[in-house]
Design a binder for this molecule. Structure first.
Ligand code: SF4
Length: 465
């Protein structure tokens, strides 16, 4: 994105403040465009012929440094690339590294179905949502076009996850592609020798294509050739070596390509990057060792700068590392992870059950909620809006104070709660007195660590009158 301030976008907007975009002013809309929270089409006046030139100008200004490529269709489609910065703290990273796990065409039907199901159904609860895997990479291992075709058909019948079709032979890829082209799979991969056939496939079926070469010069030249031929939904694979000097060289190549695309503005290689940690399995016979190295290689390239990966190991210890790391790296550093404020019901509380208070920082909320619910304490949990800060920081910064507690009690607590006692976290002890004065509620100071709530409640609830 070549725009530094919303004012630069605002200059090209209609500037009528008509409100049709749902914002009060064109300047507010410009800020949201810059943040990628609104789309150009949401300004109806800008869509008219009168503003065609301005529309084009803004679109050009807003285009991300790294091209954004979409794989798959519908709800499960994944966007990769679209990044603006080399370091997350400079802005944020936008599109999470997409994790595709492999199946192959020598698997028997039952094993294939079972593996697809495993990939599709894996999930892990993390800060309020389920993390899942993004897609399936179908590999031709047999080199038999018929087997690959059958395998792709079976996978497509079993799942609607996005697909990558993997073979260096374009004829094999096409046998699968013709059955699933409308699902917009990524075809993997065009090489120095096969590029023209892959270019044709990509144009004919209108699907994104991965380009593969160990040489950065060749990779660049392939990318330029495809772009000049009108194919720009390109993904670059500079070849992932999982061990020793090869791994170090791979890392250098990933960094070089991304730096060239973002810092040096070299549009010709500003495309999403693909890494294949699965190569670790070609080096080790022992599955424990292979999955260990695969997870290490994946971790390196999740951090710098793979936009999509092809992996093999489905062992829980690898999946948790890989998927959780993606989530951590791609969390927006500008916003604390928060939950909605309000009153939560835990278990089956009655009018005399305890009322706990916590903040809307997601990690705090889910820890407290889990400590209470896993210990089967029927209760209410009042979640105060502290701008997503945890208890200690919110008390220090004034986001959790007596007025905030009073507002939350008035807004969310109703006649279901028949008593007037609230339990605040131990880390908020210093606001207890003022909170009692302002709210008229009796305030009990609970433990600093919510893990101690079960012991604390045994000794302190019901409160003395
Ligand atoms: S719809 Fe367009 S012109 Fe109207 S306020 Fe929004 S940005 Fe401005």
């Amino acid at each position: 994105m070549k725009v530094r301030s919303p004012m630069e976008i605002y200059r090209h907007l209609p500037q009528t403040n008509c409100g049709e975009c749902g914002e009060m002013t064109c300047m507010a809309f410009a800020s949201l465009l810059k943040e990628r929270k609104k789309k150009l089409e949401e300004c109806p006046p800008l869509m008219s012929d009168e503003y065609a030139e301005q529309r084009e100008k803004i679109a050009e200004m807003l285009a991300p440094e790294i091209r954004e490529v979409e794989i798959g269709v519908g709800d499960k489609a994944v966007k990769i690339g679209g990044e603006e910065v080399l370091h997350r703290h400079e802005l944020t990273f936008f599109n999470r590294t997409a994790l595709f796990y492999d199946v192959w065409d020598t698997l028997d039907a039952d094993s294939l179905r079972e593996r697809v199901h495993k990939i599709e159904s894996w999930k892990k609860f993390y800060v309020g949502e389920f993390l899942r895997l993004n897609g399936i990479a179908v590999r031709s291992v047999s080199n038999d076009p018929e087997k690959f075709e059958e395998c792709v058909k079976k996978v497509a019948d079993t799942t609607d996850l996005p697909l990558v079709l993997c073979s260096f032979d374009p004829k094999i890829v096409e046998r699968g592609l013709k059955h699933v082209a409308e699902r917009r799979p990524l075809i993997y991969a065009a090489t120095e020798r096969s590029w023209s056939a892959f270019l044709e496939l990509s144009k004919m079926y209108e699907v994104p294509v991965a380009l593969f070469s160990q040489s950065l010069d060749v990779l660049t030249s392939l990318a330029v050739t495809f772009a000049n031929a009108g194919v720009e939904d390109i993904v670059l694979d500079p070849c992932t070596h999982p061990m020793g000097k090869g791994l170090a060289d791979t890392f250098t190549k990933f960094v070089k390509i991304r730096r060239a695309g973002i810092a040096d503005g070299r549009k010709e290689i500003a495309y999403p990057l693909l890494s294949v940690p699965l190569t670790a399995w070609f080096f080790f016979d022992d599955p424990v060792e292979a999955s260990y190295w695969e997870a290490i290689v994946a971790s390196i390239f999740i951090i710098k700068y793979a936009d999509i990966m092809i992996l093999h190991g489905l062992q829980p210890h690898s999946l948790i590392v890989e998927r959780t790391l993606v989530e951590t790296i791609y969390t927006d550093p500008r916003r604390p992870v928060s939950v909605e404020p309000g009153l939560r019901i835990i278990g089956n509380p009655d009018g005399n059950s305890p009322l706990f208070l916590t903040t809307n920082f997601a990690l705090t909320y889910y820890t407290v909620e889990s400590d209470i619910s896993s210990n089967k304490i029927d209760s209410y949990l009042l979640v105060v809006d502290t701008d997503g800060l945890g208890v200690e920081a919110a008390v220090a910064g004034g986001q959790l104070n007596a007025d905030k507690v009073k507002d939350a009690l008035e807004q969310y607590v109703d006649s279901r709660i028949e008593h007037r006692t609230i339990v605040i976290p131990g880390l908020a002890a210093r606001i207890s007195g003022e909170t009692e004065e302002k709210t008229g509620w009796k305030v009990l100071v609970g433990p600093k660590d919510s893990g101690r709530i079960p012991d604390w409640i045994d000794k302190n609830w019901p409160p003395e009158v």
